[in-house]
Design a protein around this ligand. Structure first.
Ligand SMILES: N[C@@H](CCC(=O)N[C@@H](CS)C(=O)NCC(=O)O)C(=O)O
Length: 198
């Protein structure tokens, strides 16, 4: 079909999960093409798929190719009917953008690469990284509104945080998460409806 949606990425990928959740929340049918970016041929395949910096995900819609998850998810939100993925009020939108930036610049590098990845290889955590993880989680706990991170409706902020939070729960910081960040814990249980837990 000329205007078919295809998402190219991997199940384990934080950013692919975010894009998938956006497609699902909008109720859109799409084809999923697996691309393991860490396989030997992954970077070459990603470039071939249209990502000049060899990352996933990539979205194809008809003749359009889009990369960068924020561009992908905003496109999904604006090009299709379905529940809006961005809050209506300017201040809630600002909070959403703030959370997305915190995830791109802090939560993803610290919780996923700094804590989860070493843990998955059996390595002891760097104490400085644990401290940075606590700072990130504490700030997200402070910002979290109810029932969703940015108010009354689920938004891109929820979709962005869910996969990083799941990886944090599989890291050296996991034992302290439930007790120290109770609003995030309650939010993650609720958010299973829009971003399935992995
Ligand atoms: N800024 C990019 C980040 C995408 C990204 O880093 N994806 C990871 C997988 S979750 C990746 O492709 N990593 C490959 C690598 O770092 O070489 C986005 O928002 O899409």
């Amino acid at each position: 079909m000329a205007d078919q949606l295809t998402l190219i990425g991997a199940d384990y990928s934080v950013y692919t999960r975010i894009a998938r959740s956006a497609l699902n929340l909008k109720g859109l049918a799409y084809r999923f093409e697996t691309l393991d970016i860490f396989a030997a041929d992954g970077p070459a395949r990603a470039r071939q798929a249209g990502h000049p910096f060899a990352r996933i995900p990539v979205l194809r819609h008809g003749l359009h190719t889009i990369y960068e998850t924020l561009a992908i998810t905003r496109y999904i939100d604006e090009a299709f009917d379905g529940p809006p993925l961005c809050p209506a009020s300017p201040i809630d939108r600002a909070r959403m953008n703030q959370i997305i930036s915190i995830i791109d610049t802090q939560a993803y590098p610290v919780l996923v690469w700094g804590l989860h990845v070493p843990h998955s290889k059996g390595n002891t955590p760097d104490p400085a990284m644990l401290e940075r993880g606590r700072l990130v989680l504490a700030e997200l706990e402070r910002m979290a509104q109810k029932p969703w991170l940015c108010g009354g409706e689920a938004s891109l902020a929820d979709l962005y945080l869910a996969p990083c939070y799941d990886y944090a729960r599989d890291s050296a910081i996991a034992p302290e998460i439930d007790e120290n960040y109770p609003r995030l814990k309650a939010w993650r249980d609720r958010a299973a409806t829009v971003a399935p837990a992995h």
